[in-house]
Design a protein around this ligand. Structure first.
Ligand code: AMP
Ligand code: MN
Ligand code: MN
Length: 332
C-alpha cells in the first residue's frame, strides 16, 4: 500500500481550488476556531492568520467565548496579536474560515456570525463534521486540522516561516499525542520534518504544552486521583473521576489547567474507557472520554449531545456527576 504522504486525500481538488479562489480574491478574512481551544484549533487558526496577514490580507481571528481568554498553555503560540474579542467580530463576514469545528454549536458566540457569513469555509478532521460550511474542507483521515491548514497554505502558495510552523506543530503534536496515537502516519512525520526545517524549537513547545503547571495543579491532581473509581464490570472496564470548581478554587487553578488530567486516568490497564468530568467556571460539566479501542467513545459522546473521535470524545452535561455517569453507563 502506498503510504499517505500528505493530508487532504478525500477532499476533491475542485474544493481546494475553490477555497484558494475565495481566499485569494478576499481583502478581509474572518477566522474562528472552537471554544475551549486546544493546540490544533488555535494553532491552525493562528498559522493561517499569520500567513494571510503576511500576504497583505486584513485578518480577524477569534473564538466565541464570553470570557475571552487564551488558555495559559497556548499563550506561547505566535500570532496572539491577531486575536479579537468575539464582540468585535464582523457580524456578517464576507469570508469566514473555521478550524477544528465539527458542529456549528462549537463556535459558541460566533455561531451566528458563521451562519450569516457570505462564504464559510470549514477546515476540519472530525468524522462527525456536519458540513455546515458553504465549502467544506473536511478529511476524517487527517491526523489534525493542522494537516489540512498546511495543505491549504501550500495550495495558496504561502511559505512557512518559524512562527507559522510553530502554530502548525502545536496542532500536530496535540492531536497525535506527540506522535503516539494511531493517526501517526508517515505523512504526519514528513509534515513534522517540514515544520522542524523552519528552525522551530520542539523542546520549548513540548514544555509549554505538557511539562509545566502552577504548583496548585499537583494539589488538585492529588484530590482528583484520591476519588478515582474503577468499574471493571462496566463495558470493557471503566475508570473515572471528576474535578469540581471548588477543587480548583481551593488551589487557585484555572479551568484550562485540568485539561491534561485525562492522560493520567487513561493509563489504567484494567479499563478500556476513561472519563473525567470537569466543572467549568459557569458550573457546567465538560466531560472528556478516552478509549483504547473497544468502545467507540464518539458514539457515546454523540448520544449525550457532544462528539469527537473514536478514541477521544467529549460532551457537556448540566446534570449532577452521578446522573451523568448513569446515562453514560447505560450506553456501554
Ligand atoms: P477533549 O476531551 O476536550 O480533549 O476532547 C476530545 C474530543 O472530543 C475533541 O475532538 C473534541 O472536539 C471533542 N469534544 C470535546 N468536548 C465536546 C463537546 N462539548 N461537544 C462536541 N465535541 C466535543
Ligand atoms: Mn480540537
Ligand atoms: Mn483537531
Amino acid at each position: 500500500m502506498t503510504p499517505d504522504l500528505r493530508g487532504g486525500g478525500p477532499i476533491p481538488v475542485r474544493d481546494w481550488d475553490r477555497a484558494v479562489g475565495l481566499i485569494s480574491s478576499a481583502d478581509e478574512i474572518a477566522l474562528a476556531c472552537h471554544i475551549s481551544p486546544d493546540g490544533d484549533a488555535l494553532g491552525s487558526m493562528l498559522a493561517l492568520g499569520l500567513a494571510l496577514r503576511a500576504a497583505g490580507k486584513r485578518v480577524t481571528a477569534s473564538f466565541g467565548e464570553r470570557r475571552f481568554r487564551v488558555p495559559r498553555l497556548l499563550g506561547f503560540l505566535p500570532g496572539q496579536e491577531l486575536l479579537t474579542e468575539p464582540g468585535d467580530y464582523p457580524a456578517v463576514p464576507e469570508l469566514m474560515i473555521t478550524f477544528d469545528v465539527p458542529i456549528v454549536d462549537r463556535l459558541g458566540m460566533l455561531a451566528e456570525n458563521a451562519l450569516k457569513a457570505r462564504e464559510l469555509i470549514v477546515v476540519d478532521h472530525h468524522p462527525s463534521n456536519t458540513g455546515f460550511g458553504t465549502l467544506n474542507l473536511v478529511d476524517p483521515a487527517a491526523a489534525a486540522t493542522a494537516v489540512l491548514a498546511e495543505e491549504l497554505l501550500r495550495r495558496l502558495g504561502l511559505p512557512l516561516d518559524r512562527a507559522i510552523a510553530t502554530c502548525l506543530y502545536a496542532g500536530l503534536v496535540t492531536d497525535t499525542g506527540s506522535f503516539r496515537h494511531s493517526s501517526t502516519t508517515p505523512g504526519v512525520h514528513l509534515m513534522a520534518a517540514r515544520l522542524l526545517a523552519t528552525g522551530l524549537n520542539p523542546e520549548e513547545i513540548a514544555r509549554e504544552l505538557w511539562d509545566r503547571s502552577p504548583f496548585g495543579y499537583l494539589r488538585v491532581l492529588g484530590v482528583v486521583l484520591d476519588r478515582v473509581t474503577l468499574e471493571p464490570e462496566v463495558g470493557e472496564g471503566l475508570v473515572w473521576t471528576f474535578v469540581t470548581r471548588a477543587d480548583r478554587v481551593a488551589y487557585g487553578l484555572p479551568y484550562d489547567e485540568v485539561e491534561g488530567i485525562i492522560d493520567v486516568i487513561r493509563r489504567t490497564d484494567e479499563a478500556d474507557m476513561a472519563v473525567i468530568l470537569k466543572e467549568d467556571d459557569d458550573g457546567a460539566w465538560q466531560v472528556s472520554t478516552r478509549s483504547k479501542g473497544a468502545v467507540d467513545v464518539s458514539r457515546v459522546a454523540t448520544a449525550l449531545g457532544g462528539g469527537g473521535h473514536t478514541k477521544a470524545a467529549g460532551f457537556t452535561s448540566h446534570l449532577p456527576v452521578e446522573q451523568t455517569m448513569a446515562s453514560l453507563r447505560a450506553l456501554l
